[in-house]
Design a protein around this ligand. Structure first.
Ligand code: FE2
Length: 286
């Protein structure tokens, strides 16, 4: 669906991330994560204009088990909006591909879940950074695919989807090793490819922004529980009892395409009462 706006055309895509759908083996997270995912899906379905697609940017399930993907499929079958998927470090390509196929689950020539989709004037390029258990990976083969794919449409405003943000959030126990070779490979591919307007990420379970290879990095909050905002030093080998996850509201991002621009909104799901309504004409204040 497209809506006229400001003389151009507006098109939106919702990003959900870190769903961590699971089964009755983990009843607390099954109940909690499904309930929060439902809240987000409901909020997205109420958006006007309705997004043309939803990108689920990894950690679709919690343990990479096939039964979890069966559960995910059951939940996502309720969506009236087409869903596209990316892999996260909690995912399993094998488990995912056993249950999902079609436009939202395409693989490259090496079997990675990587593909490009065009929507109106824009392009979405979904990358597979799955390595596990926590760090990302982007090897030579995947990087070559990305370079080739981006070069197919050098003038089309493009959003690149990566589960792992390639920059630190400051939440140290989740951040990438700055010397990881995959970051260099990704930087090499993305540098100078000016059609890339935004890198949309997940993984950190918290919204934050930064810059990588000259591009905006936009990380979305999780549909499941969020990471506690704690930027103090942590010893990865000495648990100190700190809070690391928190039941802040579930969230999502909304990518807006308006001709040459791609803009991201960070959104909370939930029922909030209107504070003010539009009862008088807007006017320019003197
Ligand atoms: Fe996650």
């Amino acid at each position: 669906m497209r809506a006229a706006w400001g003389g151009g055309f507006l098109l939106t895509i919702a990003q959900i991330t870190d769903l961590h759908v699971t089964t009755e083996k983990d009843p607390l997270n099954q109940r909690r994560n499904e309930e929060r995912l439902r809240q987000v899906m409901q909020a997205i379905h109420h958006l006007r204009p309705r997004p043309v697609a939803i990108i689920a940017s990894g950690d679709l399930v919690d343990r990479g088990e096939r039964e979890e993907y069966v559960e995910l499929k059951r939940l996502m079958a309720e969506s009236e909006i087409p869903i596209f998927y990316a892999m996260g470090n909690h995912d399993s390509r094998e488990g995912f591909l056993a249950e999902f196929s079609g436009p939202g689950a395409q693989t490259d020539e090496n079997g990675f879940v990587q593909y490009a989709v065009d929507f109106g004037d824009m392009r979405m390029v979904v990358c597979d950074t799955l390595d596990g258990p926590n760090d990302g990976e982007y090897d030579e083969a995947r990087a070559a695919w990305l370079a080739r794919t981006l070069d197919q449409a050098p003038d089309r405003p493009t959003a690149v989807i990566l589960h792992h943000p390639p920059i630190p959030s400051g939440i140290q126990w989740m951040d990438p090793d700055p010397n990881s070779p995959w970051l260099g490979r990704l930087e090499q591919v993305l540098t100078g490819r000016k059609q890339v307007k935004v890198l949309m990420c997940g993984h950190i379970h918290r919204a934050f922004n930064g810059v990588f290879a000259g591009h905006v990095v936009s990380a979305a909050p999780a549909t499941s529980i969020q990471l506690t905002l704690d930027l103090t030093e942590v010893d990865m080998h000495v648990p100190d009892g700190r809070e690391i996850l928190v039941e802040e509201p579930p969230g999502y991002a909304l990518l807006m395409s308006d001709g040459p621009n791609l803009t991201t909104h960070m959104c909370l799901a939930g029922d909030y009462a209107p504070a003010v309504t539009y009862n008088f004409p807007f006017r320019k204040l003197a």
